[in-house]
Design a protein around this ligand. Sequence first.
Ligand code: FPP
Length: 243
Amino acid sequence: MENCKQLPKHIGIIMDGNGRWAKERGLPRSLGHQEGAKNLKKLLYHMYERGIQYVSLYAFSTENFERNQKEVDFLMDLFVTLFHKELKSLKELGVKVVFSGRKAPLKEKVWNAMMELVDATKEGQKGVLNICLNYGGQYEIVDMVQKIARQVQEKQLKIEEITKEVVEQNLYQQLPPLDFVIRTSGERRTSNFMIYQAAYAEYYFPNIYFPDFQDSDFDEAILDFQNRNRRFGKNEADSRQAE
Ligand code: FPP
C-alpha cells in the first residue's frame, strides 16, 4: 500500500524524565524541569514550523500535587515565570493558548498568569497549544458528566439527546482527536492523559529524557507515525495510512 505521508493534526506530548535527567547528572530535580522548559520552547517552534496545528502538553497532573511541596512550589513558580516570559513570543508565533484542567487548588497567581496568556493569544491563527495543568483525564470525564447532568436537571437537554457530540462539547476544550502521543523517558504508560481524546491515537515511547528530546528525535517520531497503518476499527481495505 502507498504511504500517504500525512502529518498528525493533533499531537500530545507527555514530557517525562526531567527528574531522572537531573539525577543522572547529580543535579537537583528543579534543574531538570528548567532544562525541560528550555527544550520545550525549541520543540514547540519546531512543531509549529513543521505544520502541526494542535499540540497538547501534559504539564502537571492532578496527582502531581502529591509530590513534595518544594517541587510543587518550584513548578508553579516556573509556570508563572514562563507564562509571563513567553507571552510575547507565543503571540508573535500566532499560537492560541488554551488550558485543560481544574481550577482548584491552583494559587491565584498561577490562575491569573494562565488567564493572561489565554487572553493575550486568543487571536492566534497558526496553531493551538493546549496546556494540561492540574489535569486528570478521569476528572475531565467526571466534570463533563456533571456539566451534562446539570443541563438535564435544568431541562436544557433531554437524556436521549446526550450524544457523542454533546459529550465532546462538554470536555474542557473542543479540539480534534489526538492522532499521536509521544511520551519521553522510556515509560510506556498513558497516565490519565486525555484518555477520551486519545481513543484512536498512535503512541510513541522514545527512550530519551525530555530535556534531551531534540527536534531530530521529533522528526524521527513523525516518520514512525507516517509508516503506521491506522484502521480506526475498520477493515484493512478501508484503512488510512497515518491520516
Ligand atoms: C515530568 O518529569 C515533568 C513534569 C511533571 C513537569 C513538566 C514541566 C515542564 C517541562 C516545564 C515547562 C512546561 C510548561 C507547559 C510551561 P518528572 O519530574 O516526572 O521526571 P522523572 O519521571 O524523571 O522524575
